[in-house]
Design a protein around this ligand. Structure first.
Ligand code: ZN
Length: 305
Protein backbone atom coordinates (compact mmCIF):
# COMPACT_ATOMS: atom_id res chain seq x y z
CA UNK A 1 0.00 0.00 0.00
CA UNK A 2 1.49 3.38 -0.92
CA UNK A 3 2.15 5.62 2.03
CA UNK A 4 0.27 8.88 2.46
CA UNK A 5 2.70 11.82 2.26
CA UNK A 6 2.55 12.47 6.02
CA UNK A 7 3.45 8.88 6.77
CA UNK A 8 6.23 8.92 4.21
CA UNK A 9 7.81 11.95 5.87
CA UNK A 10 7.85 10.44 9.34
CA UNK A 11 8.58 6.88 8.16
CA UNK A 12 11.46 5.38 10.13
CA UNK A 13 11.71 8.37 12.46
CA UNK A 14 11.65 7.57 16.17
CA UNK A 15 9.04 9.40 18.25
CA UNK A 16 10.11 11.72 21.05
CA UNK A 17 8.73 11.40 24.57
CA UNK A 18 5.38 13.19 24.87
CA UNK A 19 3.46 14.14 27.97
CA UNK A 20 -0.32 14.54 27.94
CA UNK A 21 -1.00 17.76 29.84
CA UNK A 22 -4.80 17.61 29.41
CA UNK A 23 -6.94 15.30 27.28
CA UNK A 24 -5.58 15.60 23.74
CA UNK A 25 -2.99 18.26 24.69
CA UNK A 26 0.59 17.04 24.48
CA UNK A 27 3.99 18.50 25.28
CA UNK A 28 6.78 17.01 23.20
CA UNK A 29 9.41 17.19 25.86
CA UNK A 30 12.85 18.39 24.81
CA UNK A 31 16.11 18.23 26.71
CA UNK A 32 16.18 19.25 30.34
CA UNK A 33 19.13 20.68 32.23
CA UNK A 34 20.74 22.20 29.15
CA UNK A 35 19.03 25.60 29.24
CA UNK A 36 18.61 27.18 25.81
CA UNK A 37 21.21 24.83 24.33
CA UNK A 38 18.98 21.78 24.55
CA UNK A 39 16.40 20.57 22.04
CA UNK A 40 13.38 22.86 22.55
CA UNK A 41 9.96 21.79 23.73
CA UNK A 42 7.13 21.55 21.23
CA UNK A 43 3.50 20.56 21.60
CA UNK A 44 0.38 19.49 19.80
CA UNK A 45 -3.36 19.49 20.28
CA UNK A 46 -5.51 16.69 18.87
CA UNK A 47 -9.04 17.70 17.85
CA UNK A 48 -11.88 15.93 16.05
CA UNK A 49 -10.96 17.88 12.90
CA UNK A 50 -7.21 17.62 12.90
CA UNK A 51 -4.05 18.47 14.81
CA UNK A 52 -2.52 21.83 15.75
CA UNK A 53 1.23 21.70 16.34
CA UNK A 54 3.14 24.25 18.39
CA UNK A 55 6.73 24.79 17.22
CA UNK A 56 8.70 22.63 14.80
CA UNK A 57 12.10 22.01 16.43
CA UNK A 58 15.57 22.58 15.02
CA UNK A 59 15.95 20.61 11.76
CA UNK A 60 14.01 18.62 9.17
CA UNK A 61 15.19 15.45 10.95
CA UNK A 62 13.78 16.71 14.25
CA UNK A 63 10.61 17.82 12.43
CA UNK A 64 10.21 14.25 11.08
CA UNK A 65 10.57 12.87 14.61
CA UNK A 66 8.03 15.38 15.87
CA UNK A 67 5.66 14.17 13.15
CA UNK A 68 6.31 10.56 14.20
CA UNK A 69 5.46 11.59 17.79
CA UNK A 70 2.13 13.00 16.59
CA UNK A 71 1.49 9.90 14.45
CA UNK A 72 2.00 7.71 17.53
CA UNK A 73 -0.88 9.56 19.23
CA UNK A 74 -3.41 10.10 16.44
CA UNK A 75 -4.33 9.48 12.80
CA UNK A 76 -5.88 12.94 12.51
CA UNK A 77 -4.37 15.12 9.77
CA UNK A 78 -1.97 17.88 10.76
CA UNK A 79 -3.81 21.09 9.98
CA UNK A 80 -1.85 23.94 11.57
CA UNK A 81 1.64 24.70 12.80
CA UNK A 82 1.97 27.65 15.19
CA UNK A 83 5.48 29.09 15.57
CA UNK A 84 6.25 30.83 18.87
CA UNK A 85 9.05 32.79 17.16
CA UNK A 86 11.61 32.73 14.37
CA UNK A 87 14.78 31.42 16.00
CA UNK A 88 16.12 28.47 14.00
CA UNK A 89 15.90 25.96 16.84
CA UNK A 90 12.12 26.46 16.89
CA UNK A 91 11.28 26.46 13.19
CA UNK A 92 13.95 24.73 11.10
CA UNK A 93 11.90 21.52 11.30
CA UNK A 94 8.81 23.27 9.90
CA UNK A 95 9.26 21.90 6.39
CA UNK A 96 8.39 18.39 7.66
CA UNK A 97 5.09 19.63 9.09
CA UNK A 98 4.38 21.72 6.02
CA UNK A 99 4.88 18.68 3.76
CA UNK A 100 2.48 16.78 6.00
CA UNK A 101 -0.17 19.39 5.18
CA UNK A 102 0.19 21.98 7.93
CA UNK A 103 -0.49 25.64 7.27
CA UNK A 104 1.69 28.02 9.25
CA UNK A 105 0.50 30.51 11.86
CA UNK A 106 3.29 32.92 12.82
CA UNK A 107 4.12 36.54 13.39
CA UNK A 108 5.19 38.04 10.05
CA UNK A 109 8.28 39.77 11.53
CA UNK A 110 10.98 37.15 10.98
CA UNK A 111 13.95 39.40 11.82
CA UNK A 112 16.50 38.17 14.34
CA UNK A 113 20.15 38.99 14.99
CA UNK A 114 21.13 35.57 13.68
CA UNK A 115 19.40 36.23 10.35
CA UNK A 116 21.01 39.61 9.68
CA UNK A 117 23.27 38.03 7.05
CA UNK A 118 20.25 36.71 5.15
CA UNK A 119 18.38 33.42 4.94
CA UNK A 120 21.12 31.48 3.11
CA UNK A 121 23.83 32.48 5.58
CA UNK A 122 21.61 31.53 8.51
CA UNK A 123 20.84 28.11 7.00
CA UNK A 124 24.58 27.56 6.39
CA UNK A 125 25.44 28.62 9.97
CA UNK A 126 22.76 26.39 11.38
CA UNK A 127 23.97 23.42 9.34
CA UNK A 128 27.23 23.88 11.23
CA UNK A 129 25.28 23.50 14.49
CA UNK A 130 23.01 20.51 13.74
CA UNK A 131 24.94 18.84 10.91
CA UNK A 132 24.24 18.31 7.19
CA UNK A 133 22.46 15.00 7.75
CA UNK A 134 19.84 16.55 10.07
CA UNK A 135 19.34 19.40 7.57
CA UNK A 136 18.64 17.16 4.58
CA UNK A 137 15.57 18.43 2.68
CA UNK A 138 15.62 21.80 4.46
CA UNK A 139 13.53 24.62 3.14
CA UNK A 140 12.32 27.71 4.94
CA UNK A 141 8.73 27.15 6.03
CA UNK A 142 8.27 29.88 8.64
CA UNK A 143 6.49 32.49 6.53
CA UNK A 144 2.94 32.62 7.85
CA UNK A 145 -0.11 31.51 5.85
CA UNK A 146 -2.06 33.10 8.67
CA UNK A 147 -0.10 36.01 10.15
CA UNK A 148 -0.78 37.09 13.72
CA UNK A 149 0.32 40.50 15.02
CA UNK A 150 -2.31 40.93 17.74
CA UNK A 151 -4.64 38.21 18.98
CA UNK A 152 -6.15 35.45 16.87
CA UNK A 153 -8.59 32.81 18.08
CA UNK A 154 -8.34 29.49 16.28
CA UNK A 155 -11.29 27.14 16.64
CA UNK A 156 -10.94 23.59 15.41
CA UNK A 157 -12.93 20.45 16.21
CA UNK A 158 -14.54 21.97 19.29
CA UNK A 159 -11.24 23.23 20.70
CA UNK A 160 -10.11 26.82 21.14
CA UNK A 161 -6.59 28.25 20.95
CA UNK A 162 -5.86 31.89 21.60
CA UNK A 163 -2.68 32.90 19.81
CA UNK A 164 -1.28 36.31 20.66
CA UNK A 165 1.73 38.55 20.26
CA UNK A 166 2.94 39.50 23.75
CA UNK A 167 5.16 42.32 22.42
CA UNK A 168 8.71 42.03 21.07
CA UNK A 169 9.87 40.52 24.35
CA UNK A 170 12.26 37.69 23.38
CA UNK A 171 12.17 38.52 19.66
CA UNK A 172 10.14 40.71 17.30
CA UNK A 173 7.99 37.77 16.17
CA UNK A 174 6.99 36.30 19.54
CA UNK A 175 3.66 34.50 19.88
CA UNK A 176 2.18 32.68 22.85
CA UNK A 177 -0.47 29.97 22.65
CA UNK A 178 -3.17 29.78 25.30
CA UNK A 179 -5.75 27.02 25.63
CA UNK A 180 -8.38 28.75 27.80
CA UNK A 181 -10.46 25.66 28.58
CA UNK A 182 -7.49 23.45 29.50
CA UNK A 183 -5.56 26.43 30.98
CA UNK A 184 -2.39 25.33 29.27
CA UNK A 185 0.04 27.95 28.02
CA UNK A 186 2.84 27.48 25.50
CA UNK A 187 5.18 30.36 26.29
CA UNK A 188 7.93 29.87 23.70
CA UNK A 189 11.23 31.37 24.82
CA UNK A 190 9.61 33.97 27.06
CA UNK A 191 10.41 31.27 29.58
CA UNK A 192 13.32 28.84 29.71
CA UNK A 193 13.94 26.44 32.56
CA UNK A 194 16.74 28.41 34.27
CA UNK A 195 14.92 31.77 34.14
CA UNK A 196 17.61 33.38 31.97
CA UNK A 197 15.87 33.93 28.67
CA UNK A 198 17.60 36.00 26.00
CA UNK A 199 16.60 39.58 25.33
CA UNK A 200 19.22 40.41 22.69
CA UNK A 201 16.54 40.17 19.98
CA UNK A 202 13.87 41.62 22.25
CA UNK A 203 13.58 44.05 25.12
CA UNK A 204 13.78 43.45 28.86
CA UNK A 205 10.94 45.81 29.72
CA UNK A 206 8.64 44.28 27.12
CA UNK A 207 9.58 40.87 28.47
CA UNK A 208 8.56 41.97 31.97
CA UNK A 209 5.24 43.21 30.55
CA UNK A 210 4.77 39.86 28.82
CA UNK A 211 5.46 38.02 32.09
CA UNK A 212 2.71 40.06 33.74
CA UNK A 213 0.37 38.92 30.97
CA UNK A 214 1.34 35.28 31.54
CA UNK A 215 0.74 35.62 35.28
CA UNK A 216 -2.62 37.27 34.64
CA UNK A 217 -3.79 34.23 32.69
CA UNK A 218 -3.10 32.08 35.74
CA UNK A 219 -2.21 28.95 33.73
CA UNK A 220 -2.47 25.48 35.23
CA UNK A 221 0.46 24.30 33.12
CA UNK A 222 3.07 26.33 31.29
CA UNK A 223 5.38 24.85 28.67
CA UNK A 224 8.64 26.86 28.45
CA UNK A 225 10.59 27.11 25.22
CA UNK A 226 13.38 24.97 26.65
CA UNK A 227 13.69 22.59 29.56
CA UNK A 228 11.58 21.10 32.30
CA UNK A 229 7.90 21.96 32.63
CA UNK A 230 7.72 23.68 36.01
CA UNK A 231 5.69 22.21 38.85
CA UNK A 232 4.15 25.65 39.40
CA UNK A 233 4.01 28.08 36.45
CA UNK A 234 4.16 31.13 38.73
CA UNK A 235 7.51 29.99 40.14
CA UNK A 236 9.28 30.05 36.78
CA UNK A 237 7.67 33.38 35.90
CA UNK A 238 8.84 34.79 39.25
CA UNK A 239 12.41 33.47 38.76
CA UNK A 240 12.56 35.07 35.31
CA UNK A 241 11.16 38.35 36.61
CA UNK A 242 13.65 38.43 39.49
CA UNK A 243 16.58 37.88 37.14
CA UNK A 244 15.47 40.65 34.76
CA UNK A 245 14.59 43.24 37.38
CA UNK A 246 17.90 42.69 39.17
CA UNK A 247 19.81 43.02 35.90
CA UNK A 248 17.91 46.21 35.04
CA UNK A 249 18.59 47.74 38.42
CA UNK A 250 22.31 46.82 38.31
CA UNK A 251 22.74 48.27 34.83
CA UNK A 252 20.62 51.35 35.59
CA UNK A 253 22.75 52.17 38.61
CA UNK A 254 25.95 51.66 36.58
CA UNK A 255 24.68 54.00 33.85
CA UNK A 256 23.60 56.63 36.39
CA UNK A 257 27.00 56.51 38.11
CA UNK A 258 28.83 56.83 34.78
CA UNK A 259 30.33 53.34 35.01
CA UNK A 260 31.38 52.20 31.53
CA UNK A 261 29.80 49.03 30.20
CA UNK A 262 32.97 46.96 30.34
CA UNK A 263 33.28 47.67 34.07
CA UNK A 264 29.57 47.19 34.70
CA UNK A 265 29.69 43.67 33.31
CA UNK A 266 33.19 42.80 34.59
CA UNK A 267 31.90 40.67 37.46
CA UNK A 268 30.09 38.32 35.07
CA UNK A 269 31.94 35.27 33.74
CA UNK A 270 32.99 35.72 30.10
CA UNK A 271 30.68 34.52 27.33
CA UNK A 272 31.57 31.12 25.87
CA UNK A 273 32.77 31.98 22.38
CA UNK A 274 31.64 28.78 20.72
CA UNK A 275 28.42 28.51 22.74
CA UNK A 276 26.38 31.65 22.07
CA UNK A 277 23.42 30.50 24.21
CA UNK A 278 25.23 28.85 27.12
CA UNK A 279 24.19 30.22 30.53
CA UNK A 280 27.34 32.38 30.76
CA UNK A 281 26.81 33.69 27.23
CA UNK A 282 23.16 34.49 27.89
CA UNK A 283 23.97 36.31 31.12
CA UNK A 284 26.71 38.36 29.52
CA UNK A 285 24.89 39.16 26.28
CA UNK A 286 21.76 40.13 28.21
CA UNK A 287 23.80 42.41 30.48
CA UNK A 288 25.22 44.22 27.44
CA UNK A 289 21.76 44.55 25.96
CA UNK A 290 20.15 45.81 29.16
CA UNK A 291 23.03 48.27 29.77
CA UNK A 292 22.31 49.74 26.32
CA UNK A 293 18.58 49.88 27.08
CA UNK A 294 19.25 51.74 30.33
CA UNK A 295 21.74 54.06 28.63
CA UNK A 296 19.21 54.98 25.97
CA UNK A 297 16.63 55.64 28.62
CA UNK A 298 19.09 57.70 30.72
CA UNK A 299 19.99 59.83 27.70
CA UNK A 300 16.33 60.37 26.87
CA UNK A 301 16.68 58.57 23.54
CA UNK A 302 14.03 56.04 24.36
CA UNK A 303 10.62 57.09 23.10
CA UNK A 304 8.78 54.19 24.70
CA UNK A 305 7.15 54.75 28.09
ZN1 ZN B 1 14.46 31.72 20.90
Amino acid sequence: MPLAPAEADSAGAAPYPARELAPGVFAVVGDTGRGSEGRPNAGFLVTAEGVVVIDALASPAQGARLLATIRAATRQPVRWLVLTHHHPDHHFGAVALRRAGAKVIAHPDRRTLASEGGDDALAADWTGVVGAEAMRGFQYANAPDRPVTGTDTLRLGGRTLVISHPGAAHSPGDLIVWLPKERVLFAGDLLVEDGVTMVVDGDSRLLLDALATLDGQNPRVVVPGHGAIPEKPATLVATTRRYLTQLQSDMRSAVERGVPMQRAIASLPPADGDRPVSLNSRRRRNAVRVYLEEERRFMGLDASP
